[in-house]
Ligand binder design. Structure first.
Ligand SMILES: [Zn+2]
Length: 334
C-alpha cells in the first residue's frame, strides 16, 4: 500500500470504503506534527479494528485566503517550499520500514482556486491523489464553466472534487444558503466531477453549538446525483450527526479545525500546570503576580529541558491530535 496516486486506484479506495459503509476521513495539515499525528492515529485505529490497510486522506490548501496551509507549512511563507516539504514529509514517513506502510494514503489538494493557484495548477497533477477545484467564489455559470474545463483537461490524471456552493466562514462576508438539489444536479452533470462539495449547513471553523447540519439536504441531493458528496467544515458538527453521514450520501469529510482547536487547549493546560518547569520559578512567580497563573500552577520547580523545548510542545500537540484523529476514525469507520 502506501501513497496511492493512480486515479483508478484512488477511485477503488472510495468504492471499497463505500462497500464497508465508511465515509472517507480527510484531515488537513499545515505542519509535520499534524501530518504525523494523522498517520499515527490512523495506524492505531487500523490495528484496533484489524484492518491494516485503512484508508486515510491527508490534504492541505495552497493559497486559499481563509487558510493558506502550504504557505503556513514553513516560516518562509513560500507555498512552493511548503508544498514540496509536505510531499517530502509524507514520502519519508511512508518510506521503507515505515510503521505506516500498510495504510492507504491519499494526498489531497484542498480548495485550489483557479484565480490564485494558477502556478500550482501547472504542476503535474499526477503527484496528488485528488484535488478540490474550487471556483465557488464565482457566479454559478462561471463556476461550472471553469470546473468543466479543468475536468476536461485533467480527468485522466486525478480524482476531482468540484465545489458547487461556497462554504460559509465566520469571518467571511458571504453567508451562503445550503445547496439546492437542482443546483447540485446541474453542477454535477455539466462539470463531470467525481465528487461534489456542497454547502450542507456546516461552516469552516465554527462552534458546534451554533450550527445545524441539514441531513435532508444531502439526502435530496444524493437522490439526484448518487452518493458522491464531500462535507467540509466537519469540525463543526456533533459526533452523533457523523454516524448519519454515510446514509445521507456523504462519501468523504474534511476535518482540520478540531485538530488545532482541541490540541491548543491540551497544550495550554499542560503549560499552565507545569509553568515553573517551562520558565523557572522566578518567571513563574512573576506570572502568578501578574494574575496569569492560578494556585494549581507549579511555581517552584526548576526549569527543565523536558519542558522548555519545542519538542515538549510538539509532543503534547501530537498526542492530542493523534487522539482526535483516532476518535473521528472510530466514528467514520464503523
Ligand atoms: Zn473546506
Amino acid at each position: 500500500m502506501g501513497i496511492i496516486r493512480d486515479r483508478q486506484q484512488v477511485l477503488d479506495v472510495y468504492a471499497d470504503a463505500a462497500q464497508r459503509g465508511w465515509v472517507l476521513a480527510g484531515f488537513n495539515t499545515e505542519n509535520l506534527t499534524t501530518t504525523e499525528a494523522i498517520l499515527s492515529g490512523a495506524v492505531e485505529v487500523a490495528q484496533g479494528i484489524g484492518c491494516a490497510d485503512l484508508p486515510i486522506v491527508i490534504g492541505l490548501t495552497n493559497l486559499y485566503p481563509q487558510r493558506p496551509q502550504a504557505v503556513n507549512y514553513t516560516h518562509t511563507r513560500c507555498w512552493e517550499t511548503g508544498l514540496k516539504l509536505f510531499l517530502a514529509d509524507i514520502e519519508a514517513l511512508l518510506g521503507p520500514g515505515s510503521a505506516f506502510a500498510d495504510l492507504k494514503v491519499l494526498i489531497h489538494l484542498d480548495h485550489i482556486r483557479p484565480d490564485i493557484d494558477r502556478d500550482l495548477l501547472g504542476w503535474d497533477m499526477g503527484r496528488f491523489s485528488s484535488i478540490m477545484y474550487d471556483a465557488s467564489s464565482r457566479p454559478i455559470d462561471q463556476n461550472i464553466a471553469a470546473t468543466a474545463a479543468f475536468v476536461q483537461e485533467h480527468r485522466d490524471e486525478i480524482v476531482i472534487e468540484g465545489a458547487c456552493g461556497e462554504i460559509a466562514d465566520p469571518l467571511g462576508q458571504v453567508k451562503p444558503e445550503p445547496t439546492t438539489p437542482d443546483a447540485a444536479e446541474r453542477f454535477w452533470r455539466e462539470t463531470g466531477v467525481d465528487l461534489v462539495v456542497a454547502d450542507l449547513g456546516t461552516q469552516h471553523r465554527a462552534a458546534a453549538a451554533e450550527l445545524e447540519y441539514h441531513g435532508e439536504v444531502p439526502r435530496q441531493i444524493t437522490e439526484r446525483i448518487g452518493p458522491r458528496l464531500v462535507l467540509h467544515g466537519a469540525s463543526s458538527i456533533r459526533p452523533e450527526q457523523i454516524s448519519n453521514l454515510f446514509a445521507d450520501g456523504v462519501r468523504k469529510v474534511n476535518i482540520w479545525t478540531a485538530l488545532e482547536r482541541d490540541a491548543t487547549l491540551a497544550l495550554l493546560r499542560d503549560m499552565l500546570t507545569n509553568a515553573a518547569k517551562l520558565v523557572g520559578p522566578e518567571q513563574a512567580r512573576q506570572l502568578a503576580a501578574d494574575g496569569l497563573l492560578g494556585e494549581a500552577a507549579d511555581t517552584k520547580s526548576p526549569a527543565s529541558v523536558s519542558h522548555f523545548t519545542t519538542h515538549y510542545r510538539r509532543e503534547l500537540v501530537f498526542g492530542r491530535m493523534k487522539k482526535i484523529v483516532a476518535d473521528y476514525l472510530q466514528l467514520l469507520y464503523v
